[in-house]
Every structure is written in structure tokens, then in C-alpha cells.
Design a protein around this ligand. Sequence first.
Ligand code: GLU
Length: 310
Amino acid sequence: MSESPDSTDMSARGSVGRFAPSPTGPLHFGSLVAAIGSFVHARAKGGAWLVRMEDVDKPREMPGAADGILRTLERFGLEWDGAVMYQSRRTDAYVQALEELCDRGLVYGCACSRKDIAEHAHMGMDGPVYPGTCRGRLGRARATRAWRFVVPEQPVCFTDAILGKHCFDMARDLGDFVVRRADGLFAYQLAVVVDDAGQGVTEVVRGADLLLSTPRQLVLQQALGLPVPEYAHLPLALNEQGEKLSKQTLAPAVAAADVASLWRQVLRFLGQDLPAGLERAPMRELRTWATRNWQPGRVPQHSSRVVVQL
Ligand code: GLU
């Protein structure tokens, strides 16, 4: 791992991918799929691969998880370029982005409580759609709690490298979304957009649970005049009950698992045609095979159940 190059150095590599874990717990099979998928996708093109610790939501952080994740990535041979970026150290950049959005009249202070919203909102694709109560009123009467971004009326479309073309009616299905939370913390959507641009990321490869975040990130990029990366959303690994593997569904940590076996399981989960001759191959050989033979076209579009052998 080299020392702290900036995004200019990275752009010399042509393509720049990244893995952006939230340190809310140790890596499990689901997060390893995103780590290996983004790593192989970047390295297959000779691109850089960066790691960003999304520790913006301090109350949800688990002590020691960030370091644990980095050690696990190293164990799995996922060597990143440059220094790890920590969102907790990026507040100035987020403040500046929010100011720009304010200057352009694209955000407003929202005084609504969760209860106000629940009473007036209809259900959208990703929970209740904010009914726009404070739009244009800038929280005059009551104290501003959160800051919301005004979504456009026209559809927002993009072509995902795995899932194909998607169009969203944001006003109807997603609503004005929070960029700064009532507790003062910056929201994931704003932080990601500022940091992907700050790190010169050209390809975002991540789990399909974030597909509904993509139109929000696209409109923020447009509003802030930032470059738009390509997006590829990977299938989610589900447990036997059909739930996404996560900390909440008690997915087991992979930190101490057999590294080569997990690489094989992840590559098969991602639809790659691993030759039988690699059944006993060590991790480094699997990694080399994967970056030479990566076929994004084989990655399944649908999430599926997995029984992980740890
Ligand atoms: N930090 C997010 C997560 O762990 C991922 C963000 C992203 O890849 O855009 O779910």
C-alpha cells in the first residue's frame, strides 16, 4: 500500500473503484461480496481501488470495527491504494457542499418530526415519501430540524452495469431527502457524493440495497457540478429466511474464516466460472485468476440465498 496519493494520482490509473464500509460491525459474507466485487472489477481494468471508512454516523459505530475491517481486508489480500479516507474527518467538505446547495436554493430547513411526516406521507419505494410540508417555508415558524434536498419533477434515469436501465419518479416515489440530519450529522447521501468526487472515483460497485440511493446521489452530483461515476449494483446475499445478511440479521463475521474458501464462495456467488482446477488453490492464485477472468456480464441480477461455509 503506497502512501496517501491524492485523486490526481488516482486518475492517472484511468479507472478508480472503491469499497466504503460503515464500521457498525465486522465484515460478513454480504460485505465481503461488495469488497471482493469492487476490488476485482477495478483491478481487472488495471484501475485503483480505494477504501473509505463511512464513519459519519458516530452513534451507530462499533468501537474497534473500523480497524477490524481493515485487518480483514488485508487477510483477504484486498490491498488498497493510498490512505484510507475517514468520513469523520471530512466535515469541512460537507459543510461547503451544503452551503453550495443553500446558495442555489436546492435545500430547505425542515421542521417536521417523524410523527408529522408519518401522519401526512404516503408509502414510497423506500419508506414514507416526505410530503413537502416545509418546502418554500424554510422552517420559519418552528426550529429547523433537518435539511432536505428538493428532488426534480422530471424522471431521473441511469444505466447500471449489472441491472440495466432504471428510471425513477423521485417526487412521487422517494421525495425530498435529508442531507443534514436533525442531530446535526451529515446524511450518507451527501457525504458519499462529496467523497466519491473527492477521491476521483469513476466506478461505484456496491450491493443492490443501495440502488434507491443512486438517483439521490445523481441529483446531488448534478446540483454540485460533480462528475458522475458508473454504477454497478451486486446481488445481495440472503440467509435461509430470505433476509439480507447484515449485522441485524446476525450474519457471522468472516474475520477468522478460511480465506481461499471464502474467495471461491464469493466468486461463485458472483456467477464467475471458476475452473475445477482451482478448487484447492490458495487465495493469491484465486485473486489473480479473478482479476484476469472477471466477467461482469455473468453477475446475477437477482439476490439469492446462500449457505456460507465458514
Ligand atoms: N457505507 C455503505 C454501507 O456500508 C456503503 C456505501 C456505498 O457503497 O455507497 O452500506
